[in-house]
Unconditional design. Structure first.
Length: 757
């Protein structure tokens, strides 16, 4: 007979079930049986359970013919349980490491009580666990075991089933079972605590309870929340059959009122049409089960505001209840408004202006664009804006940018200064919004508005929710804000299938992914050799020089700009035919850093167009930057300089090992980098083969028409990608400038460091 029977019901939790089962089967205390119940789940839960059962004899697989809900699913596990103690775990929750060993020690120390209550932590989708707010009631001082009357505050903890271990013969003697329904925990948890002859507590987190962003009871808007009334009828029916427990009626009644008020106050749960019915039924139940005057029993603490709310709900005074709730909210808003006034009346006026503008009709001919946190005219949004003006000249376009970037805008594109009245008017009235980052957090997307998220690079480095366990890479990332922003996206632009899969997992929401290629790379297939020569002359690249663009990304494990290369030494070793174009990453903009002057080094950090730099150069040197994926569309040599791969992987992490499919030669040191260019390996046939494979994988749609496909789909309403994708073999990227460089001789390298994130 095992010490523990762990019962796990599973329904639509395939993404979490393996982690849940592993957390049980890998416990340091192995004396257990695991009963996993497939509640006729339509996803892969049943298959996952069967796979685990085939590997570990401690797991018993139970498959229900029809979906019955968590209560009946747990009952199906109960009928098969033979352990001394019953432990319940939801299919998306996990046992903390060492939890069962801690339970065993505490059960032994407290004389095998009927119920052991232990701590839990709630883990949201951000991955950050927060200890249960009632954990102070689990102090282990005082008697090792006790009855509820000795510590009535336990009745004020969460009435859930999965934070307690139950002695099986106690459960069988009392005949406890779970009812069907949405709130099935209440008719089990109250009787289990009230009837127990002995209780004990363990002040330790034993369960990590997952609060999913969608799919849980707390985030489901449904009439099924009316089920809470049937469940409390069952609780009071149990009390009615046990006269010795009648003294607990006032305390349970108070907890019931708290529960009703919490459900009623949560806008995520009750549909608008069901709110009046809920309040009326709550009133009836609170009256029906109210304890007679003079009934004794332990008192639970209750604030004055809660007393008023409970009384109004019991009296059925819904209008007064709503009025007081509105006044309370208004008081909070007034406090915030006073704070805003203290910070400046202008901000308050702008918020009011924005709210008024949202009441006015949308302007179907207006499109607003932005890139790189109020930067200039750049990246995918710029390419889409230019194509929109070409294909739909009736449209009016505006660009959000700081004043120092307005000179980069085309003549017909209006500039919007962030935070101005015109800015808020445009956000409120524009039908189309296009960006490569996120718009103002205060943006309230209106019905009829279309938001296009273009992103700004193919992700090699981890992004979005995949940074939750990378504090060095995202120490202040607001994941909640990230997902709120993503919930407003209508379209997400993707350059390749790899990007599509990464973004849909790392930033999950209901947007439509457009796998069309990156519009910013369209010039690579439209520019002529004359255009390339003109760009080189503008940048100051000598006619006979081999220009190498050096464009490393930032380092998450450093707050200061890293020392990438000894430019003077590299230029000396390469010789007079190489020129370096050095572009620091935008993360280090404004730090005051500039490279040491050198006649063959050109600092292009502030040059507005990375695409121009790519066209002007003969080769690219980078590390983990997304620029490599864009540059591959040019079909020109790429060299990877990764001298800190282990540190970068530890801090940021990548989605694949670049060494397994590099776009060209890889240098681990500065000496190797120099040798790759001095020996001609940078433009060898082997490097060309690697680049061709890389290009086929990551540039399948970059054919010069990505912007047109976006404009025709989003702005002109054409469903099929038009024009169709040009096959890779038929593309003709812009040719590099004629060069006199010889593979075995020093040429000239232009290095650009820090283009796009």
């Amino acid at each position: 007979m095992p010490r523990f029977s762990v019962i796990v019901p599973a329904y639509k939790v395939q993404a979490y079930l393996q982690e849940s089962l592993d957390s049980v089967l890998t416990q340091s205390y192995p004396d257990l049986e695991l009963i996993a119940v497939d509640d006729a789940s339509p996803d892969a839960c049943g298959a996952i359970i069967d796979e685990y059962a085939s590997r570990d004899p401690r797991l018993t697989a139970v498959h229900l013919a029809h979906n019955l809900g968590p209560g009946p699913a747990r009952n199906a596990g109960l009928t098969r349980a033979i352990g001394d103690y019953l432990v319940f775990l939801d299919g998306d929750d996990t046992l903390a490491p060492g939890a069962l060993a801690a339970l065993t020690d505490r059960l032994k120390a407290t004389g095998s009580p009927d119920v052991l209550v232990y701590g839990h932590a709630c883990t949201s989708w951000t991955g950050e666990p927060v200890r249960d707010r009632f954990s102070d009631r689990l102090r282990e001082d005082g008697p090792a075991s006790f009855r509820l009357a000795d510590r009535p505050a336990l009745l004020g903890t969460a009435m859930v089933v999965w934070d307690k271990a139950y002695r099986r013969d106690y459960v069988e003697r009392e005949g406890f079972a779970f009812p069907p329904g949405f709130y099935e925990d209440a008719p089990w948890s109250y009787p289990a605590l009230l009837a127990a002859q002995s209780l004990a507590v363990l002040d330790r987190v034993c369960v990590q309870h997952r609060r999913r962003r969608a799919g849980s009871v707390l985030t489901t808007c449904s009439r099924r929340h009316l089920d809470v009334f049937d469940q409390y009828d069952r609780v009071f029916g149990y009390l009615g059959g046990r006269p010795e427990l009648e003294r607990w009626r006032p305390a349970v009644h108070r907890r019931m009122a708290e529960h009703f008020c919490a459900v009623y106050a949560d806008p995520r749960r009750l549909p608008r049409a069901a709110r009046a019915e809920f309040f009326g039924r709550a009133c009836a139940l609170l009256r029906r089960h109210r304890a007679p005057a003079g009934t004794g029993g332990p008192a639970l603490p209750l604030s004055r505001a809660d007393r008023v709310r409970h009384a109004l709900m019991r009296l059925g005074a819904r209008r007064t209840y709503r009025l007081l709730s509105a006044l309370r909210s208004a008081g909070r808003a007034a406090g915030r408004g006073a704070l805003a006034a203290g910070g400046g009346l202008r901000e308050a006026w702008l918020r009011l202006h924005y709210r008024i503008q949202r009441l006015l009709p949308l302007r179907p001919e207006l499109a607003v664009f932005s890139a790189y946190w109020h930067g200039g005219y750049a990246c995918n949004p710029a390419a889409i804006e230019a194509k929109l003006r070409e294909l739909a000249p009736r449209m009016r376009t505006a660009w959000i940018c700081d004043p120092q970037h307005t000179a980069t805008l085309p003549r017909r594109t209006a500039a919007l200064r962030p935070g101005s009245a015109a800015y808020w008017t445009a956000l409120a009235r524009a039908t189309y919004l296009v960006t490569n980052v996120n718009f103002e957090r205060a943006l309230v997307k209106r019905r009829g508005q279309v938001l296009v998220q273009t992103q700004h690079g193919t992700p090699l480095k981890r992004v979005g929710l995949d940074l939750r366990d990378r504090p060095a890479a995202a120490p202040t990332t607001d994941f909640a804000g990230l997902l709120r922003g993503a919930d407003q996206w209508d379209y997400l632009l993707s350059a390749n299938r790899h990007s599509t899969l990464v973004w849909e997992k790392a930033v999950p929401s209901s947007y439509t992914t457009l796998e069309y290629g990156y519009p910013r790379n369209d010039p690579f297939h439209r520019a002529s050799q004359a255009d390339v020569l003109e760009l080189r002359e503008r940048l100051g690249i000598a006619p006979d020089s081999t220009a190498v663009l050096y464009a490393p990304t930032h380092r998450d494990y450093r707050r200061s700009r890293p020392d990438h290369l000894d430019f003077a030494r590299v230029l000396r070793d390469l010789g007079p035919r190489f020129t370096l174009l050095v572009r620091t990453h935008l993360t280090y903009a404004g730090t005051g850093w500039t490279p040491e002057p050198h006649p063959r080094l050109i600092d292009v950090s502030s040059y507005p167009s990375v695409e121009d730099l790519c066209l002007a150069s003969d080769a690219l040197v980078t590390d983990y930057s997304s620029v490599m994926f864009d540059y591959a569309a040019l079909d020109r040599p790429i060299v990877i300089h990764a001298d800190d791969r282990e540190a970068y992987e530890a801090a940021r992490g990548t989605y694949f090992d670049l060494r397994s499919c590099p776009p060209g030669a890889i240098a681990r040191t500065e000496d190797e980098l120099v040798d790759i260019f001095a020996s001609g390996h940078w433009q060898s046939s082997r490097s060309a083969q690697l680049r061709a494979s890389f290009r086929a994988r990551f540039c399948p749609y970059d054919d010069g028409h990505a912007a047109e496909r976006v404009v025709r789909r989003v702005f002109l309403g054409q469903s099929a990608p038009t024009p169709p994708i040009t096959p890779l073999h038929a593309r003709r990227p812009a040719p590099p400038a004629p060069s006199t460089a010889v593979a075995t001789e020093p040429a000239a390298a232009s290095v650009a460091s820090g283009h796009r994130p």
